[in-house]
Design a protein around this ligand. Sequence first.
Ligand code: SF4
Length: 321
Amino acid sequence: MTEQLVRIENLKKYFPVRTGVLSRTTGFIKAVDDISFSVNKGETYGLVGESGSGKSTTGRVILQLQQPTSGKVFFRDREISTLNSRQLHAMRKEMQIVFQDPYSALNPRMTVGEAIAEGLAAHRLAAGRGLQEMAISVMESCGLSAYHYSRYPHEFSGGQRQRIVIARALSLQPSFVVADEPVSALDVSIQAQIINLLKNLQEKYHLTYLFISHDLGVVRHVSDNVGVMYLGTLVEEAPKKEFYAHPLHPYSKALLSAVPTTDPLAKKQRIALKGQIPNPAAPPPGCRFHTRCPHVMTVCRDTVPLLRTVAPGHSVACHLV
Ligand code: SF4
């Protein structure tokens, strides 16, 4: 039976827009605007959307790296958005993040061993000689060698640096990892290695992932469930197989049409989206996607489509469906 590890309810994250010499708040950027979903234990939830859709902010708010404006975040059924800093410190060990850019995620003045041991010491998971042994053990499970322990980040390639970042996150033995575009800064040839590493580690340590990506091709390889975000809202959610076989929202269909296929016989018509994602400080009324939707109707311009369940586990927010 599936068990939820993380659940978010009506989550909002607004950033104030300040202007003038007095820095008055003149509006809000609605980066995340009332979304709810859950991540099952041992599974991967793929959160997709273009840049600016709010998916990275969602990941950070779940980890409490940013405070939500409103809404609730539950971890193992315990609400964590109200924890104090001491309680949060203890919780952080359980919830880790792997950032997109392995170059800026590592301190150039720290050796690989120091970077990994730092977290182990801060959470008192090991001390003295045990610290080094534990760090080396996790490095080896991430495809690094013991002799890398005293090397500096600049001595590694992009793929190896991402292995170090992953090793640092996993050294605390978390149960939940937010992987925020973990392969998009890497060469295509290296991406598959890191994806395979993440999958192997998930199996070995029973990890649960929130996998954030703009690349639906990559998300297909790792996810059990997929959620599509557009301008701060969730527009479609479904189990992976259902989503890739029967996408329903016009935005999901457009994103999927851009995924390259290796099947030479597959006929694919690319759906080109008009323009850029609108400004989240002034989202369009009605359906937020209406300014770019090829199927826009009159109702779409003033009535917000609600996220409705259309099949088991499959929800979509569109007046067409
Ligand atoms: Fe397009 Fe209307 Fe559906 Fe929005 S609600 S996705 S504008 S058809």
